[in-house]
Design a protein around this ligand. Structure first.
Ligand SMILES: NC(=O)C1=CN([C@@H]2O[C@H](COP(=O)(O)OP(=O)(O)OC[C@H]3O[C@@H](n4cnc5c(N)ncnc54)[C@H](O)[C@@H]3O)[C@@H](O)[C@H]2O)C=CC1
Ligand SMILES: O=C(O)CCC(=O)C(=O)O
Length: 525
């Protein structure tokens, strides 16, 4: 039975889902050394933000197939190392959106009305009304940095409270911003005009210390900053200095450069509100993310695909739904053309034809690469690491499209240039989803792929097919089906033979000796 390690507290509903297919061990608060020691036993790891999954842990996880982050940010996981090792990393992109947005809004209102400070004063048996004069958010300007899922919900609610919304997000269109009632501006203008600035970006090299001394100097003295996204996007030293100096009015932080937050100047500042990474801590969000990620781990352990893999390019659920039937086709053709081309492959061209030419097809290219490399790498290659493995082998990948091809509703044409020559195959799906190989090296055929296949290129002349049949028979190899494709009578032809048994050693060279046979290839799919 598969084994799953849960290294941070997750909702029981997630454990119940995992338990359908695996032994689940919940061990929280482990040190990095302890994790390295026990991880080799596990097929899957599920965590929240409390576990840092380093390169060492990943490399020690020789059985790991999937790492599931019960939340959005995967910056606590060394994703490149996981990718290299073929481990799929999944998250829950939407499960805690509302929770994080509402926390940011709670922080904004707390900043404007000093709720935490007033509460603390009451708990100290005081009745102090003059020290907690607030400001209204109504008609104030909110600057939203990162107008994604959380940022847009914050903007929506803030608009309903009568705020004017400025937004900065280089990857969001003007149309989308307008739909959300936001004005897209550059960062400098957002810093200069906003009364509140709320951050909802991932942590990337571009966003690290986005709020530093320079940015703080551009803000109004009445400005307040809210960070419920990631620690390190705000330079904490610079923020503490700016608040202390009255350069800005205050800040509310849920996330920190180092978590848990150690000794920090921020702890002593009256106009700074701190929460210990509580953005996703609602009952609803924890159920959502636990279900979302546990289901994906369960599916991957059952050999199915994950719907929110962060390290499989382009494989979003809607794309997946459309392309699922074609993934197997692409992988099969990649495997076939790789074996026909043989030797070291230098280039793989994937042409999407007919209906497929208009679809998002990146996952099919990955599937083709996986098929191409499967003879060399066996089960070590998967959808996660196929692109890296192909790149490291210097295989150039070319993607082309031809919507005008009309023979099937959609077909895939792959050609591989190897050290021993160039070969091509085309394939399509029948209406029942069955795969058909419809062309080999430009010769039309129509055969289903089978485990063992023999392909010959030969002169179209009487007697050849009989001789091949006799040879196979004399070696006790049973033929399941056979088809010949040719372009002109008595010209060159291709024969595709599906076999029930593997070709015994030596038989291929016997076949190539038959008069009229130019080439022969044996393939295992
Ligand atoms: N405090 C907490 O407990 C939680 C924190 N988060 C964090 O909140 C952040 C946002 O999450 P979502 O809205 O779900 O992500 P998202 O992917 O939907 O949105 C992120 C947005 O940031 C934009 N962006 C990327 N680079 C940018 C840049 N350099 N400048 C401006 N915009 C940029 C993207 O275009 C995107 O629209 C993430 O860092 C996530 O880890 C999420 C959930 C809970
Ligand atoms: O697991 C948590 O509580 C943190 C959530 C979070 O930061 C995220 O989803 O990015």
């Amino acid at each position: 039975m598969a084994k799953v390690l849960v290294s941070d507290p997750i909702d029981q509903v997630g454990i119940d889902i995992l338990s359908q297919v695996a032994q689940v061990d919940v061990k929280t608060g482990l040190s990095a050394e302890e994790l390295v020691k026990i991880i080799p036993e596990y097929d899957a790891l599920m965590l929240r933000s409390g576990t840092r999954v380093t390169k060492e842990i990943i490399e020690a996880g020789t059985q790991l197939k999937i790492i599931g982050r019960a939340g959005v940010g995967v910056d606590n996981i060394d994703v490149p190392s996981a990718t290299r090792q073929g481990i799929v990393v999944v998250n829950s992109p939407e499960g805690n959106t509302i929770a994080a947005a509402e926390h940011a809004l709670a922080m904004m209102l707390s900043l404007s009305r000093h709720v935490p400070q007033a509460n603390q004063s009451m708990k100290a048996n005081k009745w102090d009304r003059k020290n907690f004069m607030g400001t209204e958010v109504y008609k104030k300007t909110l600057g939203v940095v990162g107008l994604g899922k959380i940022g847009s919900h914050v903007a929506n609610v803030a608009k309903a409270m009568g705020m004017k919304i400025l937004a900065f997000d280089p990857f969001i269109s003007q149309d989308r911003a307008e739909q959300l009632g936001c004005t897209l501006v550059d960062l400098d203008l957002l810093f200069a005009e906003s009364d509140y600035i709320t951050l909802h970006v991932p942590k990337t090299p571009e966003t690290t210390h986005l709020i530093g001394r320079e940015a703080l100097a551009k803000m109004k003295p009445t400005a307040r900053i809210i960070n419920c996204s990631r620690g390190g996007i705000v330079n904490e030293d610079a923020l503490a200095e700016a608040v202390e100096a009255g350069q800005i009015a205050g800040a509310a932080l849920d996330v920190f450069e180092e978590e848990p937050l150690g000794e920090s100047k921020l702890r002593g500042l009256e106009s700074v509100i701190l929460t210990p990474h509580l953005g996703a801590s609602t009952a609803e969000a924890q159920v959502n993310v636990a279900i979302d990620v546990a289901e994906q781990i369960r599916d991957v352990l059952l050999g199915l695909t994950a719907r929110s893999a962060v390290n499989i390019p382009g494989l979003t659920p809607d794309v997946m739904e459309k392309l699922r039937p074609y993934l197997k086709l692409s992988e099969t053709l990649g495997n076939l053309v790789g074996q026909l081309a043989g030797g070291r492959i230098e280039r793989l061209t994937v042409r999407f034809q007919g209906e497929l030419a208009t679809n998002k097809t990146q996952p099919l290219v990955v599937a083709a690469m996986k098929g191409l490399l499967s003879q060399a790498l066996r089960e070590r290659v998967n959808y996660v690491n196929a692109a890296i493995e192909a790149k490291e082998r210097g295989i150039r990948i070319i993607e082309t499209r031809d919507a005008s091809v009309r023979d099937y509703s959609g077909s895939l044409h792959l050609s591989a240039q190897g050290s021993m020559g160039e070969h091509s195959v085309t394939g399509a799906l029948l209406s029942d989803g069955e795969i058909r190989i419809t062309d080999v090296d430009g010769f039309p055929i129509n055969v289903p792929p089978s485990n063992y296949m023999l392909f010959t290129v030969h002169r179209d002349m009487p007697g050849i097919i009989g001789q091949i049949g006799s040879l196979l028979g004399s070696f006790n190899v049973n033929i399941a089906s056979m088809q010949v494709g040719r372009k002109i009578v008595r010209g060159d032809a291709v024969m595709a033979v599906s076999l029930d048994d593997p070709l015994p050693e030596g038989l291929l060279s016997e076949i190539t000796k038959v008069a009229g046979i130019r080439d022969a290839y044996t393939v295992k799919l």
